[in-house]
Design a protein around this ligand. Sequence first.
Ligand code: NAP
Ligand code: MN
Length: 272
Amino acid sequence: MKNTDRKKIALLSSRNPKSEAVSKELWNKLKDANFIMTPKNPDIVISIGGDGMLLSAFHKYENILDKVRFVGVHTGHLGFYTDYRNFEIDELVENLKLDTGAKVSYPILNVKIRMIDGRVVTARALNEATIKRLSKTMVADIHINGVPFERFRGDGIAVSTPTGSTAYNKSLGGAVLHPTIEALQIAEVASLNNRVYRTLGSSIVVPKKDKIIIDPQHDDRYSIAIDNRTFVYDNIEQIDYQIDNHKINFVATPRHTSFWNRVKDAFIGEVE
Ligand code: NAP
Ligand code: MN
């Protein structure tokens, strides 16, 4: 193999003895297989841990999404973003040697937090963005594709990607969405519904072309959780949500498990 043909691989591991041991073993095996092991500008990022670790890996490399492909190795049960279990790393090394660059891509969420002073903070989420008010009931106007849809009162609102639909969204009663459906899902967190206040109540699946805007009451503090990180703002004007122009790419391996198998494995288990 010429030096320029050698693929660069970054390894990221969660901080526990099991993941670190798997990471060390995998690092040695990939090095022996003539891959360049480096965290800088990698072609392939391998995350070792769980889905939470893959979320961290995504955010570390979110600025080079078009160039990079991810592989998830799970040291516990099979996850949603993880194709390999810790005892399958020999198979992973063999598949990477045969890799032709094929990928599986999923939509991600683009969030624009617009501040009252005109500043705009842009973030990307792989699972979801959740806004909550820090004190008292959150009051926010929700607009969908230019339609002033409802005035929400409750704890908060989560906007999820298709692959994030099995995470917090599912706990909120949202639907599980196959990741080939390019859509976002709005799920309510404990909405107030009585004779005075009204929201739709069910979660809403919004197509790619429709922009979602959440306009929370001004002059209060809100937390915005982007996947596994939470930020606090006290001067939000409104938040815009759309499917991002970029996608997350995974290495397409023969092991890439069917989405329905993952859902079954995670939530149902064996059926007699
Ligand atoms: P965490 O609280 O340590 O873990 C949350 C759990 O969600 C973990 O078991 C994780 O799997 C799993 N998970 C992550 N992404 C998933 C996906 N796309 N589909 C199904 N399960 C998924 O937090 P974390 O590991 O930093 O992950 C942050 C995520 O936690 C957020 O994006 C949000 O979706 C989720 N969350 C859920 C709730 C809830 O259900 N009530 C509340 C807050 C946050 P692993 O064990 O494989 O890492
Ligand atoms: Mn506003």
